[in-house]
Design a binder for this molecule. Structure first.
Ligand code: FES
Ligand code: FES
Length: 891
């Protein structure tokens, strides 16, 4: 122990601290200064914990309290508050650099340390200062711009008031700051791990280290006698079904009979502190009898393969898609290309680890109907609440969504919530389950790996004639959204193009690999990678310009997609024309780098992404308030996309209200309408439309009665609350034999261009610039739109070049190869607005589209630079180097 005096945010403090205690824990636990976050198991990899000590930005997770005697410490809370923010905090909000906000306090502290010593830093100096800070949402562009804007504020060149859009400029199409921006920038937005609960037990969970085994004896007696341990929870202690059923009842809260992948949970230990729970974990003995490991879809489909789930065959789905006669058309084609494409299992990589807090309203020991409140990061709180009630056998529950540090599909499934809830019920106490990064990676769903055998043909005039794609998808151990993934792949199989003949088959197969679920795009990024690379190969074979080839084959209104559905709008050609001058410039520039080991290339890819799935339904409620303002009630999670802004701006515009009179409530099952998941890029299109329906009902009542507030409406005998609905007319599944049938109600379109530099000796690829032309309908908030595009491009490049999840090996942000600010690249976005007839005020959605064309654009650019096709993602330096060497030998 050591006696340490230090000053935190101007207040002198005195602590007696363990030699090993780190500053992050002291700030968060002893001083409740939870603005500093942790994302990397205190390994110094994320920068979310950054604070300033004696004028320097330091990682508080690596800074020993014992070394800080006499130190001056400043945390994010010491800079400003939402009512009185620091200029740097204002700059981050106004530059649109705050999305989920989990990285933001650390980013701001690193920026402050820089600007304190260098008031006018250049881009490279900013990158150097922020090199230790990770962000998954923004792609770093707006963060660099925020630091530049902060510099201008601090130098007195411009004020925040001058930079802030005014209501006089209008509401729609204006980049009004997101409502949660300042709370996130000032560290007052609470994420789940920031929430302390008096008397809460802390959990640690024993997980399988093998991919397939039968569970025998579990001996927890030693662990249960350890200091602070209250007990353990096993599958047999759970009184509900113990199954977290999304679409199929196959994933247990805790495994009882078998483990089916590396990371499956077996036993939870509850103790008074997390350290005690973790210490006890090592004393639990579990007999695991190894079972044959099905490590690929092919292994699972073998005749003698064991069945992974007793109730379900290994093949989850086998769905064909037949349009016209592809076989005959391919035979008659003037040119045909053929290739196998593969994509990797990938982690969605939100910066915030999984976390759940659970507490009781009422005393569960005395009252069987006490209410269990689960706090977590769900993006589908009502549906997940039902899953928890069934799995845990407790009816009186609520789900509250805390601020969420990104999700990108990972929270379409609940994970830690089940275990925390089970422990809370078992011990009748509040519980916190705050796993670290490695455990979060183990427990969560992943992006599915695809294998695709493709043939694409065209006639002598360069018109695509036919497409075959035999798709084999690794489902991993559990079904989750299962067939939805396959349907999305087939609904968008033909991408942006008119393809008259299609013969596809998509098979989804259980394996002992990590289980797949939603992951930004979920299906279309994989199939579009294959299609767009094949399109490039075919243009190459025909000797046609890739842009002209795409333009010629673009779908047109009146033509049909691979599902047979005829489209009525298709503004893709305009986007290709918009990118044409950029493409011409890039191709000319790349010509100067055609010889030598370092070469430049240009690649194009398109994407046409469905919005508003067949049969999708959503609701939103609105209520007129006593002061004439409007409250919106919709479970529209906003883990960073800007959904709060969308609800706010649509309501203010429709009702003619100032922002302060619009109150948006989205986070609690107790008072929101069940609006469906914040997934599939559906929030703006579906919930925005339901909101407008509710608002128009309210406005009709107000017009009819002349009422201006809820009291006046009541006097007139009218309700003040209205429920709006949005139901897509096209509904039902694809035909099981032909894959023909209903489709999405709208689309968002994009063309992306990658400019790359490839070192053929080292295999390294540098992205010089990404250009994205997008038509997402009417733009509600341009800054939120470009923020999605920039972040999506960054994620798409990571998917193309680096990222991969390997069970048992990918354990942190270094082994995951998380994209840093040093990987960031120039981005240019071109926005076109074709209002969508059925979208809210003409809008669609864009959250997933922004990465759908990215990987093929990058791979096509690598081919353009080097002549090498990388058909299996990621395109790592090793692969490129090996293929460049092989190509050299062939010559
Ligand atoms: S928690 Fe300190 S760097 Fe990640
Ligand atoms: S805003 Fe940076 S991680 Fe989300």
């Amino acid at each position: 122990m050591k006696s340490v005096k230090l000053t935190v945010n101007g207040i002198e403090r005195h602590f007696i601290a363990d030699e090993d205690r780190v500053l992050l824990d002291l700030l968060r636990e002893d001083l409740s200064l939870t603005g500093a976050k942790q994302s990397c198991d205190r390994k110094g990899q994320c920068g979310a914990c950054m604070v300033i000590v004696n004028g320097k930005a330091v990682l508080s997770c690596l800074t020993k309290v014992s070394s800080l005697d006499g130190a001056q410490v400043i945390t994010i809370e010491g800079l400003g508050t939402p009512d009185n923010p620091h200029l740097i905090q204002e700059a981050f909000v106004l530059a649109g650099a705050v999305q989920c906000g989990f990285c933001t306090p650390g980013m701001i502290m690193a920026s402050k340390a820089l600007l304190d010593t260098n008031p006018d830093p250049g881009k490279e100096e900013i990158k150097r200062a922020l090199r230790r800070n990770l962000c998954r949402c923004t792609g770093y562009k707006k963060i660099i711009e925020a630091v530049q804007l902060a510099g201008r504020f601090l130098r007195g060149e411009i004020t925040p008031d001058a930079a802030r859009p005014s209501l006089k400029e209008g509401i729609m199409g204006i980049s009004h700051p997101r409502p949660s921006g300042l709370a996130k920038a000032c560290g007052t937005a609470h994420f789940t791990a920031d929430i302390r609960i008096n008397g809460a037990l802390e959990l640690a969970v024993l997980r399988s280290s093998v991919p397939h085994a039968r569970i025998g004896r579990i001996d927890s007696s030693k662990a249960e006698s350890m200091p602070g341990v209250v007990g353990v929870v096993k599958a047999s202690d759970i009184t509900g079904t113990n199954i977290l059923k999304y679409l199929r009842a196959d994933r247990p809260v805790l495994c009882g009979d078998k483990v089916r992948y590396i990371g499956d949970p077996i036993v939870a230990v509850a103790a008074e502190t997390k350290a005690q729970a973790e210490a006890a974990l090592t004393f639990i003995e579990v007999d695991l009898t190894p079972l044959p490991v099905l490590d690929s879809p092919e292994a699972s489909l073998a005749e003698d393969a064991p069945q992974l789930h007793d109730e379900f065959p290994n093949i989850c789905l086998d769905q064909p898609q037949i349009k016209g006669d592809a076989q005959a058309a391919l035979q008659e084609s003037a040119a045909v290309v053929e290739a196998r494409f593969q994509t990797q299992i990938n982690h969605q990589a939100p910066l915030e680890p999984e976390a759940t807090a659970a507490y009781w309203e009422g005393d569960p020991a005395a009252d069987e109907d006490a209410k269990l409140v689960i706090i977590g990061r769900s993006i589908n709180i009502h549906y997940h609440l039902g899953m928890l009630q069934e799995a845990l056998g407790w009816d009186n529950m609520s789900y509250r969504e805390a601020y969420s540090g990104g999700q990108f599909g990972i929270k379409l499934d609940i994970i830690s919530e089940g275990i925390a809830g089970a422990a809370a019920i078992h011990f009748k106490r509040p519980v916190r389950y705050i796993p670290g990064l490695t455990e979060s990676m183990l427990m969560t769903s992943k992006r599915h790996a695809y294998k695709m055998d493709v043939k694409l043909g065209a006639d002598a005039q360069g018109r695509i004639t036919a497409y075959r794609n035999d798709i084999l998808v690794d489902k991993g151990a559990y079904y989750s959204i299962g067939h939805v993934l396959i349907m999305r792949s087939l609904l968008m199989l033909s991408g942006s193009y008119h393809i008259p003949n299609v013969d596809a088959r998509a098979r989804l197969v259980y394996t002992n690999n990590p289980w797949g679920s939603a992951a930004r795009g979920a299906g279309p990024p994989q199939v579009n990678f294959a299609l767009e690379c094949a399109v490039e190969m075919l243009a190459d074979k025909l000797g046609m310009d890739p842009l002209e080839f795409r333009l010629q084959n673009s779908l047109k209104p009146g033509q049909s997609k691979s599902t047979g559905r005829v489209v009525t709008e298709w503004p893709l050609p305009e986007l290709l024309e918009a990118i044409r001058p950029h493409y011409g410039r890039a191709v000319e520039e790349a010509k100067n780098y055609r010889n030598g080991p370092v070469r430049r290339g240009v690649g194009l890819a398109t994407g046409s992404f469905g919005i508003g799935g067949p049969g999708d339904v959503s609701v939103a409620a609105v209520e007129l308030d006593p002061d004439g303002g409007v409250s919106v009630f919709a479970a529209a999670a906003d883990p960073g996309e800007g959904n709060d802004s969308m609800l706010l701006q649509l309501t203010a515009e429709f009702m003619g209200l100032p922002f302060e009179k619009v109150r948006v409530h989205t986070r609690d099952t107790d008072y929101t309408a069940a609006s469906g998941p914040a997934a599939g890029s559906r929030i703006t299109y579906m919930i925005g439309s339901a909101l407008l329906d509710a608002l128009s009902q309210l406005q009709s009542a107000m017009n009819e009665t002349g009422a201006k507030n809820s009291d006046a409406l009541a006097v007139a005998g009218k309700p003040s609350r209205y429920l709006g609905r949005k139901r897509n007319e096209d509904a039902g599944p694809l035909d099981p034999k032909t894959g023909q049938g209903p489709s999405f109600e709208s689309q968002v379109h994009a063309v992306q261009m990658a400019e790359v530099e490839v070192n053929t000796e080292s295999g390294e690829v540098k992205i010089l610039k990404m250009t994205a032309a997008v038509d997402a309908g009417t733009v509600i908030n341009p800054q939120n739109l470009t923020a999605q595009l920039e972040g999506g491009l960054d994620m798409g490049v990571g998917y193309a070049l680096r990222e991969q999840y390997i069970a048992g090996k990918t354990k942190d942000w270094i082994s995951f190869k998380f994209p840093t600010i040093n990987h960031s690249f120039d981005v240019e976005t071109i926005i076109r607005e074709t209002p969508r007839p059925k979208g809210p005020m003409g809008a669609t959605g864009v959250g997933e589209m922004c990465m759908v064309p990215t990987a093929p654009a990058v791979i096509n650019a690598i081919k353009n630079a080097t002549g090498i096709w990388i058909c299996d993602l990621p395109a790592t330096p090793d692969k490129i180097k090996a293929r460049a060497a092989a190509l050299q030998q062939e010559k």
